[in-house]
Design a binder for this molecule. Sequence first.
Ligand code: SF4
Length: 321
Amino acid sequence: MQYVYGPIPSRRLGRSLGVDPIPLKTCNWNCVYCQLGRSMPLTNQRQEYVPREAILQEIAAALAHHGPGEIDFISFVGSGEPTLHSGLGWLIRAVKDTTEIPVAVITNGALLYRPEVRGDLLPANVVMPTVSAGSPAIYKRIHRPHPDTTFDRLIDGLCHFRNEYSGQLWIEVMLMRDLNDTELALRDLASVLERIAPDQVHIVVPERPPAEPWVKPPDEEGLLRAAALLGPIARVVHPYVDAVDVFGYATAEEAVLSIVTRHPMSLRQLEQVLARWPAEQILAAVATLRRSDQLHVVDRLGTRFYTAAPSFFPNGTSPEK
Ligand code: SF4
């Protein structure tokens, strides 16, 4: 399996079958908190990065392998911005024609200023864009966006999408200390969220390795301030670490590489999510992948994480194997 993984347990989506239609770190933002490192390349070009039919074949294989009730959501997400794939609308419609399982799209929302991208997402059951800034200055500082993806375009695109879309719109706010957790920043954010009128607001904090070493989670006070100022539909959500369905992976090496390509993890987290293999085998798989340069270590937030080799973390990767 190259493009489909899981199902993985998710607090918001239950058992979520992940679909990753974009090569690693191909994105129109270069977020300071990105758990996959810096964006390479930074692009706003929509194209068929991988053949849509190949992705659909893998989704069909995963659905054939799992019985009713084993997958709660099919989620387009992954190692880049999924709306950059020009076949995303085709893929969502094809999945909806195949199964009753609801579809979610986890996106930065930056391309929603384009009517055709909004049209692509209309059949999805849940769309989860990111809004972590309420002003152009903070937006630029946090997301370091491609010049075509401006703050005004993001907010206007989301407001248009809200008017056209009848599914669930859940906004994710990445909250970081001294970046967007001050009272002024949160008041600006609350006012743009009011304009967008989402169904839910999920506050998340950096818990996986941020691209930039200076990014810090908010303290308790910042979290409380955000929960109070962002309104009654806002709640704090933490990632879920539990065993992952490792369908489609013949070896522990394959499974480790597939997981950390999308979600960098510590050794302890890898042992938890890949519980099908004994801990010694996970340790051996990590050592083998390190020797072949397919796995890098990155030290962030006081923890050592493993990530896929092409990722780029300044001042964070360690050369020793
Ligand atoms: S966090 Fe998402 S939007 Fe930001 S750079 Fe990473 S992949 Fe792109």
